[in-house]
Each structure stands twice: as C-alpha cells, then as structure tokens.
Design a protein around this ligand. Structure first.
Ligand SMILES: Cc1cc2nc3c(=O)[nH]c(=O)nc-3n(C[C@H](O)[C@H](O)[C@H](O)COP(=O)(O)O)c2cc1C
Length: 187
C-alpha cells in the first residue's frame, strides 16, 4: 500500500473477526515497529505479544474494561524501556525519549497493520501498574500502548481533524502561515 494512502486510510478499529492473525503478518508488523526512529538509535521499546484468552481478559480489565481488547485475536503491548534510554540520557531518556521511541514504534505498528489488511487501535487508557503486573514487566519497563490487532469487522468512517490553519504557525506560535502553503481557515 502506498504510504500516503496508508496514513490517510488508517482508522482505529475496535471490532474484529475471530480469525487468527497469521504469524508471518505479526512478524512483519513487529519488524515495521522496530524500524521506527529512536533517540540515539537505542530502540528503547519492548513488545509483548498476547494471544491467550486469560491474559487478554486481564489486559481488558486493566484497560478500564475496554472489551475489544479481549475480543481481538492478539494484542501487542508496546513498552518503553526506560532503563535503556536513561543509561545514556539520564532523566530525559527515562521520562521523555523512551516514551517518544515507544510511541514512534506504535505508530509504525498501526500503519503496518493497516497496510497488511489488519485492523488495530492504540489503547492508552489503562492502569499502568495493573498492566505491568499482568505482563510481569520489570522495573523501568513502562507500558505505553496496548494495540489489539485482528481482521477488521467494521469499517469506521474518518474521524475529523482540526483545520491546519489552527495548528500551523509561522516563526512564532500564532504566526500566520506563508500564503504559498495554501493553508486557510478551511484547510
Ligand atoms: C495516546 C492515545 C491513546 C488512545 N487511547 C485509546 C483508548 O484507550 N481507547 C480507544 O478506544 N482509543 C484510544 N485511542 C485512539 C483514538 O481514540 C483515535 O486515534 C482517535 O479518535 C482518532 O481516530 P482514528 O485513529 O480512527 O484516526 C488512543 C489514541 C492515542 C494516540
């Protein structure tokens, strides 16, 4: 799938067919996630692949009862390895870079899943400590996103975006963008 088509066409999918996700596709999704940029190329991410029903149920409970987490055939929990990043970058690595790294990996993961015909959703509403306990995460490895994945059983419409004119600034916050960008109140 073409890159821009993938970015525009991706949706958060929250209903899944029961069909399993082939391991070959899971592997591709994980490799795409691992090709994300990272601070100092430290790749401060970890991926926990959850396919068994009991753990999916526990994850769903930890995600404030979001039932689609249990219904998806598989979830990948993307974690920030704060230890790896802080070893080089100290507090900034622990509190900022590792989270950025894991987030970049998550976005790659979502796009790759979409490109392979799979549906997925970035789930960030969860109790950190509960997820860590369920997955046995060591100290310094922080869950950033639960990503349920499966063949989509829904085709959600596009979600609205704020106009670029509200978010693009020239030189200073609030600066009107160069007219040659063609950004006006409707774009
Ligand atoms: C940091 C973050 C946390 C999110 N947490 C949840 C969540 O807990 N549950 C959920 O259903 N969607 C969650 N989402 C998905 C957003 O609701 C979704 O991306 C947004 O509404 C835009 O829709 P789209 O992904 O279809 O473009 C989250 C997205 C992000 C980036």
């Amino acid at each position: 799938m073409e890159l821009f088509e993938a970015m525009r066409g991706r949706r958060s999918v929250r209903r899944f067919k029961p069909d399993p996700v082939p391991k070959r596709l899971l592997r591709e999704v994980l490799e795409a996630a691992s090709s994300a940029p990272s601070a100092g190329n430290l790749q401060s991410w970890e991926f926990v692949v959850v396919e068994d029903e009991a753990t999916k149920e526990e994850l769903s409970r930890a995600a404030l009862g979001q039932s689609f987490v249990a219904e998806a055939p598989v979830s990948i929990v993307v974690c920030a390895n704060q230890n790896r990043s802080s070893a080089r970058y100290g507090r900034r690595g622990r509190e900022f870079y590792s989270i950025c790294d894991a987030s970049a990996a998550t976005q790659n993961l979502l796009l790759a899943a979409h490109g392979l015909g799979l549906g997925s959703c970035w789930v960030g509403a969860f109790e950190d400590e509960l997820v860590s306990k369920v997955l046995g995460l060591p100290s310094g490895v922080k869950p950033v996103a639960i990503v349920p994945i499966g063949y989509p059983a829904e085709a959600p419409p596009p979600t609205p975006r704020l106009p670029l004119a509200e978010k693009v600034h020239a030189r200073r916050y609030g600066g009107v963008p160069d007219p040659r960008l063609g950004i006006d109140s409707t774009s």
